[in-house]
Design a protein around this ligand. Structure first.
Ligand code: THU
Length: 164
């Protein structure tokens, strides 16, 4: 038996502090996308933006449905659209933010488990770290890789080398 420990590192910015320009830009695109969310059931508008290694930025938002489980989170709409359009491009970073009744949420909207699993697959598919920027008007978090959000993803791809 071995006891193991995880150490998750991330950056946190507080209102008034400056995010690095590329992260601020992506977050701005995500914030813009909140306005076009289709969220008549929850009233919670989520915007996401992904930056690809081919220079493209794809924005998306949550899409709800009368049959609730048929809707999809902003993050997955963005990732799946990006991968559908540019299957060979790596997703380098993803920004997400939300608003309610037109007011930006103060605290970061942390992605749900299903979105984290989808992010993990994008990362393993490209072999490159996917950075996540989660914005709130009072606080913004930056996590360098999906492993910081989902340390133990399900992975059913053909086995690579297993780490000790
Ligand atoms: N939602 C997202 O789009 N992303 C998240 O990270 C959390 C939740 C959506 C799903 C649903 O349309 C609404 O927010 C309320 O849960």
């Amino acid at each position: 038996m071995r006891k193991k420990q995880l150490n998750i590192e991330y950056r946190e910015y507080y209102s008034g502090e400056e995010l690095p320009v590329d992260e601020a830009e992506l977050l701005k695109s995500a914030a813009k996308a909140t306005h076009d969310a289709y969220s008549p059931y929850s009233g919670f508008n989520v915007g996401a933006a992904v930056r690809l290694d081919n220079g493209e930025i794809i924005t998306a938002n949550n899409q709800e449905n009368a049959a609730y489980p048929s809707g999809l989170c902003a993050e997955r709409v963005a990732i799946f659209y990006a991968q559908a359009k540019y299957p060979d491009a790596a997703i380098e970073s993803l920004a997400v933010t939300a608003s309610q009744k037109g007011v930006p949420c103060e605290m970061p909207t942390l992605p749900c488990g299903a979105c984290r699993q989808v992010m993990a697959e994008s990362e393993s598919r490209s072999g490159k770290a996917l950075k996540i920027v989660i914005g709130g008007s009072r606080r913004t978090m930056v996590i360098e890789s999906v492993s910081g959000l989902l340390p133990f993803p399900f992975n059913n791809l053909p086995e690579k080398e297993k780490e000790e």
